[in-house]
Design a protein around this ligand. Sequence first.
Ligand code: SF4
Length: 209
Amino acid sequence: MPESTFAHHYVALRAAARWVHGEAEAFDGHVLAAILAAALTEAEAPGVCVADGLGLSPAEISRLLECHFPGYAVSRLDGLAPGVPSEEETLLADLLLAHRSGPEPVSSWLASLIARRAMRPDHLWQDLGLNDRGELNRLLARHFRTLHAGNTGNMRWKKYFYRVLCEAEGFSLCAAPSCSVCSDFIDCFGAEDGLSRLAGLRRRIEEAA
Ligand code: SF4
């Protein structure tokens, strides 16, 4: 995902954001702008529509923009519907919906957005366009409190979601009897670090200077 394109979309959305009350609403605005910017960046590629990167219908995207980014030109968006969600995405969206704890409709939108973005290949916080894993923790604690509280071992978030979904179906993704003797330990609990899209852009600008 080109960092400069992501930064362009993120800045345009933030400039169009509505006035908010307090830090928590400002954080929601940042999160929504980051996710939208990630999808808008993907949609620069031929054959990719914005809704595909969001998992929301064009009507829901319009409503989200009207509520949170009223100054954003909706004409910049295509009106195409998202592709059909996979079974995995649907299960994850349902899991998130069952744990909603934040203001509506933001928590419901985020359930769909996170489920769609989680189908991307990077760490979840990177797929969402966030700055670091700490922001993802804050997002989950605010909007999906009980699900967040269950990850007591600080497992990687995608792994944790799949573990919860597997357990709900009555089976386990674990090949070992305990984490301490498991060869997949790093996959489950390794650091979710890396550069954010904006940090990557900053580094490239510094290297070019
Ligand atoms: S480290 Fe191994 S045992 Fe622990 S949750 Fe991951 S797969 Fe299961």
